[in-house]
Ligand binder design. Structure first.
Ligand code: SF4
Length: 649
């Protein structure tokens, strides 16, 4: 506790007079900042534990040393306290609370059996809208894998309602039908009963009720074979095999057929790792882990707060019937009550002492420990990398937070820029931004970069500068950064990173590394480029940041391309207007033909000059190169409007 003896006495007197009802308490600092929010069944006795020192929590003194005041809000019950606690954690982001990061989005599959022709779609939240939801899937890779398994097993439509109507109008089904992955209901090719059966099969499969599903399929296969519908029987046999194969790939952890989420926690000082296993029908169908740093509260408080946030959102995850974990906490049954209300079924939170549930908790805890060990090892290596960058590039500060910018255009069209942010070597996706260039000419990379930096630096009051501002490029780009900073009257360490050009004679270091092109780092005021060894941790970190920034810019450009369509983009190419575009399409027959045409074929189109032909040819060549680039990792939805600045998580 801080403050004078009189202040402390006043605070202790306040604690003694707190109500004994359930509610939330907020510890505040001298300046009134909320340091910690907790919930309690009995506010007075809970808060007194902290002040009495008999709390037994390790590291609590760090919190209590800073507490100058405590405020409480009484609630009718613990369930309400839980809701309020979540709200206040979200609002105040207290430094001593564990905060479940919202940018870790989860995904789910949705089927609405009430639709005439139900479809499976991936969604980002569970809603109470009468549809069936399955998941959560913690990565889009896991979700895509599950969807592709499903499409192999159950040929339900995957198209949106708009596409469905579109194909219905055309009177012919899409390629999904040709590939046997849809029964073609859009064109009246599907038998409603057969389709409904596929919906039931999908639901059973996703619920993990595999035995029931296989039994049903066997029954249908037998019936088909007895009726001498051998083709159908063979199809059903293949489906049974595919289901069995898919199920084999999921690890069996229990012969009990329960729905269970299993939580394991590992800790080293203030570093905490929580692993979650989603077990359905005895199989682990998904797993995920969460990391927290600088945690000062004890494990019980961590777990109770974590679960409150994990399941506590209104449109949040659907809780299974059983939640098990190794950490004991007592919230007076508030969370169970809240989850029961939301899930419309009983939810039990347990700490198993024996049997399959205990073994699952051990698995989750072991995995949490592995995750924690890996994270700490990675952090050591990141710290070494940052130290190397700082010393080799003579930076004024340790590059804990790095911002990197990249500009990209396609032959003078679709000029965009990206900003990515890394903190202690980890991407902070919620701080990513993508920019559509508003004023600079699309082909002028320096002007585009200047525009974006001007926009960024104008917001320095609401968003502090990073420790290191980096740009994908050499001296020219770095000059733009320096000028933008000077204009804004700001100072920050800056670096440019670029690959040695083909025309340049390789440096001795390049020769040593087997002739590969070296990365060069540029720093204002330094005549020569800084060359770090190819295997240097520092260089690898900077390359990672630069590559991510490049990937993010290209991803935006692709999004825009699909939004505006190639036809209209063609018109934006310098020198190509609507008339030339029409001539190209008319004389070559299609956009595809334009795309695949040689320079000579393009130049042969009346009204198209040799220079136009070159522009168009280079445009498509560059586009093909971009498309061949590294596979894009998952991304959220949403578009940055033209000229917009768009945060992407
Ligand atoms: S075949 Fe028809 S219903 Fe099936 S996915 Fe294609 S458009 Fe949709």
């Amino acid at each position: 506790m801080i403050g004078s003896a009189a202040d402390r006495q006043a605070l202790e007197a306040k604690v003694k007079s707190l109500p004994t009802s359930p509610g939330i308490y907020q510890f505040k600092s001298d300046g009134g900042a909320v340091l910690y929010v907790g919930k309690a069944q009995n506010l007075r006795s809970r808060v007194r534990q902290y002040f009495g020192g008999g709390d037994g929590r390790h590291q609590i003194p760090v919190l209590m040393d800073r507490v100058a005041d405590v405020d409480v809000l009484a609630t009718a019950n613990v369930k309400e306290a839980l809701l309020l606690e979540n709200e206040l954690i979200k609002r105040h982001k207290p430094v001593f609370n564990v905060k479940l990061r919202d940018d870790k989005q989860y995904l789910a599959l949705r089927i609405d059996p009430r639709d005439e022709w139900p479809r499976i779609s991936s969604v980002r939240r569970f809603r109470k809208d009468g549809a069936d939801y399955f998941g959560p899937y913690t990565s889009s890779v896991a979700l895509k894998e599950s969807l592709s398994n499903l499409r192999r097993l159950f040929p339900l439509r995957s198209c949106s309602d708009g596409t469905f109507k579109d194909y219905a109008r055309r009177g012919r089904p899409c390629i999904e039908y040709e590939m046997g992955r849809c029964l073609g209901p859009c064109c009246g090719l599907a038998d409603p009963e057969v389709y409904a059966d596929q919906v039931r099969g999908t639901t059973l499969f996703l619920r993990g009720r595999s035995d029931e599903l296989v039994q049903r399929l066997r029954g249908q296969m037998q019936a088909a074979s007895e009726a001498e519908r051998f083709e159908e029987a063979a199809r059903l046999r293949n489906r049974i095999e595919a289901v069995a194969h898919t199920l084999m790939e999921q690890q069996i952890v229990s012969d009990q057929k329960l729905e269970r989420d299993v939580f394991g926690l590992a800790r080293l000082g203030g570093e905490v790792e929580i692993q979650v296993l989603h077990v359905r029908e005895g199989r682990v169908i998904a797993a995920d882990d969460y990391s927290f740093s600088k945690v000062q509260i004890d494990d019980g408080e961590v777990m109770s707060s974590f679960l409150g946030q994990y399941y506590g959102k209104k449109d949040g995850r659907s809780a299974p019937r059983e939640i098990v974990g190794s950490v004991v906490f007592d919230d007076g049954g508030g969370l169970e009550e809240l989850l029961r209300e939301r899930a419309s079924h009983r939810v039990a939170i347990k700490t198993p002492q024996r049997g399959a549930a205990k073994r699952m908790v051990e698995i989750a805890t072991r995995n949490a420990q592995i995750g924690l060990d890996q994270r700490l090892a990675a952090r050591e290596s990141v710290e070494a990398a940052m130290e190397e960058i700082r010393s080799e590039c003579a930076l004024a500060r340790m590059p804990n937070r790095i911002e990197c910018y990249d500009v990209s255009n396609l032959q003078g069209t679709l000029a965009v820029a990206s900003r990515v942010v890394f903190e202690e070597g980890v991407p902070v996706k919620s701080a990513y931004r993508r920019y559509r260039i508003k004023q600079a000419a699309a082909g002028d990379d320096y002007a585009c970069l200047g525009e974006v930096l001007g926009r960024r630096l104008a917001r320095v009051e609401t968003e502090a500068l990073p420790d290191l501002l980096m740009v994908d490029g050499g001296r020219g780009q770095l000059g733009v950064v320096t000028a933008a900073l000077e204009d804004a009257g700001l100072t920050v360490d800056t670096l440019g990173i670029s690959k040695e050009r083909d025309t340049e004679s390789p440096s001795p270091r390049v020769k040593r590394s087997g002739g590969l092109k070296a990365e060069r780092l540029f720093k204002p005021g330094r005549a020569n480029a800084i060359l770090l060894a190819k295997s240097s941790r520092g260089l690898l970190l900077l390359q990672r940041v630069r590559d991510e920034s490049h990937r993010f810019a290209i991803e935006y450009q692709r999004d825009l391309r699909s939004k505006f369509g190639l036809r209209s983009i063609l018109e934006e190419l310098p020198g190509i207007g609507a008339i030339k575009r029409r001539a190209l399409l008319k004389q070559l027959g299609s956009l595809r033909a334009v795309r695949e045409a040689s320079k000579a074929q393009l130049a042969a189109v009346s009204g198209v000059s040799g220079r136009d032909a070159e522009t168009i040819h280079d445009f498509f060549a560059r586009m093909a190169k971009v498309d061949e680039g590294p596979a894009l990792p998952e991304s959220g939805s949403g578009e940055g409007g033209p000229g917009g600045e768009d945060p992407r998580g």
